[in-house]
Ligand binder design. Sequence first.
Ligand SMILES: Cc1cc2nc3c(=O)[nH]c(=O)nc-3n(C[C@H](O)[C@H](O)[C@H](O)COP(=O)(O)O)c2cc1C
Length: 471
Amino acid sequence: MASLTVRQLDERLKKQLRLRAASNGRSVEDEVRNILREAAECAEMRAPVAPTPSGAGAIRSMVTADTRRVLLIIGGGIAAYKTLDLIRRLKERGIAVRCILTNAAQHFATPLSVSALVGARVYTDLFDPVSEFDVGHIRLARETDLIVVAPATADLMAKMANGHADDLATAVLLATTAKIVLAPAMNPHMWANKATQRNLARLVADGAAVVGPNEGEMAEAESQGVGRMAEPLEIAGAAEKFLTAGIAGRLQGRRILITSGPTHEPIDPVRYIANRSSGKQGHSIAAAAETEGGNVTLISGPVNLPDPPGVKMIKVESAREMLRAVERTLPVDVAIFAAAVADWRVANAGHHKLKKQFGHATPELALVENPDILATIAGRKTQRPKLVIGFAAETENVVANAKAKLARKHCDWILANDVSPQSGVMGGDHNTITLVRASSVEAWPPQSKDAVSSMLITRIADALDEKGENR
Ligand SMILES: Cc1cc2nc3c(=O)[nH]c(=O)nc-3n(C[C@H](O)[C@H](O)[C@H](O)COP(=O)(O)O)c2cc1C
């Protein structure tokens, strides 16, 4: 290797070097070594790896400017051992990986084995004099396209949700503007705990994406339930999707139709039959679909909510108006029917205000069935959306009724929720969803309506990707 003498540098550079070395308490030679080491790490970070069937050992580097970069933050859970495979899976996809291990993580995966797989040093300490001479944690936060937290421990999620920054991992997570993907892993009771679910909902509302956790056998003896970390392939696949979607969003070029709110069915020009739907869930889904780049039309009954920005709004009153607006909006790729459409309307609605007249009988309202918007669109022979999704608002036998509805209406998915008064769903900010498909039933945790929207949009984007449909 060629040797370099500080004396050969020009005076201005020498002066800068001396000042920098003095302020960092190092000799000039040490400062030069440090600068070279950092430069080498940056080059490493920019170097993608060729896909190789023989694993990490056979990796070859080739430097390009558009290498995709992931910062993997490893938390202190048993599933940390799986991140060794995750690093391989990311590198196989040509993704450059840097790693931070929390203090707790180092009990489960050693910095040595992680750095051997990454092929570069790993980061563990916020107050590391080597990497912090130029505020290295900010560089780590900045020099990445995506952050993956795996396993995302209950503790790490709590700290993130509350904006802590008392170690390297949390300081970087707070300082980054990159998208964050969480792969939670913990004991099922820890996962179901209200505190964890509260933190999760807050993180999702703040823009974090979540992969897993899955249901299955846990590391502790005889423990089973939801809390198992998603498999490395799943996490690497999710990371790849977020890196690919980038700014464009995963629904870029997709036409998405959403209905929201109640319908008002007139009794006469001033009175109507309505329901308690607030439109919060439907409007939130529309906003989430728009954020992911979808071309969104929101057809809404009367609500007291602002129009989501960037969304085409069509405001209607009755079920029949809503159906007409839906049909006029076709063709679309995905139709999500979140509106609480009245099942019946008044057959003999008055053209003039009904008058209360002394001595006259109370008026009788005859009801007639409204068109079934979900079944009508799901049953279309032409212009049927690729994905037709309905909601089932139930007060009892939620899953059984949702399954029956899926079969009866020929739609693709039903999002079932318990709307009994004690659930607080109608008009509230939270929802507990069970996603019912022909082949599976998936119980989602109780969470904010925004978090539900985010999960739904992820599932929709996954399904469209799997179908391999053109945009
Ligand atoms: C054997 C053992 C296994 C653990 N597994 C998990 C786990 O899977 N998920 C979790 O959230 N916490 C787990 N913990 C607790 C965390 O290690 C602990 O909350 C720690 O503070 C997390 O730190 P970190 O979030 O900074 O990595 C485990 C602890 C021990 C001793």
